[in-house]
Design a protein around this ligand. Structure first.
Ligand SMILES: [Zn+2]
Length: 285
């Protein structure tokens, strides 16, 4: 099977309430959250792009942009000529994933049909997450998928609903096993707490310290409550609080079982681990 490298491309930051990322924990904890596109690079030099960064500032968030994070600049710095790209995978159409898709003038776009439907007729509370102006003229070039799809030898697209109805993750064969790009099915390593407990407890401590009424993580009652959460059905998975948290949890579990290497959608660790698997060093149990 062919092997590939994954390069997370940092293209911006948001200041966010992290309580929305690992529901039901960390509510009220605000920190900057990175926005990524991904480059998948084959051993033969083929380049596949995942997602399109962001241009749009919805009223719920505060985008932080800098000239060195502008998408055309980031592509150039990483040796990517957008005109040469033939394949773009869209994990979902939220504004921070679809902003610069138009740059890839010669590409086909692989997306789940359900995602296109949802983006056209979004449920009320998440409607501001979509920005049709970013992509509606590209729809004739969309390759609409219905479920899992083998994109290449060594790359599979996996329908992983919950965050949105049509979110797809990407399975990529690397020299160190199967990497899964979770996209927003799992924003942070802390969301897979059963696998990355150190990340989870570090975030919980930061959230407790920033809260008006700090939670004492050493308190036996708190420990007992956490035990209950971890030992429940799908225990130890904490996803975003969005369209369908229960369905998202099933998707998280499915992807977690498949992954040798976890690539979440928005984890700051990916700024440092900018070539996967070469620089992948996050500690698991
Ligand atoms: Zn999203």
């Amino acid at each position: 099977m062919k092997t590939y490298r994954i390069k997370p491309l940092l293209v911006g930051w948001f200041n966010m309430n992290w309580g929305g990322l690992i529901f039901p924990f960390a509510e009220g904890y605000f920190e900057d959250l990175p926005v990524f596109m991904f480059l998948i690079e084959g051993e033969d030099g083929e380049q596949i792009i995942v997602d399109g960064g962001y241009t749009y500032a919805p009223f719920t968030m505060t985008p932080i942009k800098k000239p060195e994070l502008e998408v055309p600049f980031v592509l150039k710095k990483n040796g990517i000529d957008p005109d040469v790209i033939k394949t773009v995978v869209i994990t979902h159409l939220h504004h921070d994933h679809a902003g610069h898709l138009r740059l890839f003038r010669n590409a086909d776009y692989y997306i789940q049909e359900k995602e296109l439907l949802e983006a056209n007729y979004p449920l009320g509370p998440v409607a501001p997450g979509y920005c049709k102006e970013d992509w509606e003229d590209l729809v004739p070039r969309f390759k609409l998928l219905n479920g899992d799809f083998p994109l290449r030898d060594g790359i599979d697209l996996i329908h992983a609903p919950g965050h949105t109805a049509g979110l797809q993750a990407i399975s990529v064969n690397t020299s160190k096993g199967r990497a899964i790009i979770f996209s927003d099915c799992c924003y942070l390593y802390a969301g897979l707490a059963k696998r990355f407990p150190a990340q989870f407890f570090e975030l919980m401590s930061k959230a407790a310290a920033s809260s008006k009424e700090p939670v004492d993580m050493q308190n036996p009652e708190v420990a007992a409550a956490l035990d209950k959460v971890f030992s429940g059905r799908f225990g130890g998975y904490f996803g975003p609080n969005i369209i369908n948290p229960e369905e998202n949890m099933r998707s998280m579990q499915k992807l977690d079982l498949l992954a040798d290497i976890v690539v979440p959608g928005h984890d700051p660790e990916l700024v440092r681990m900018n070539v996967i698997p070469d620089k992948y060093d996050i500690e698991e149990i």
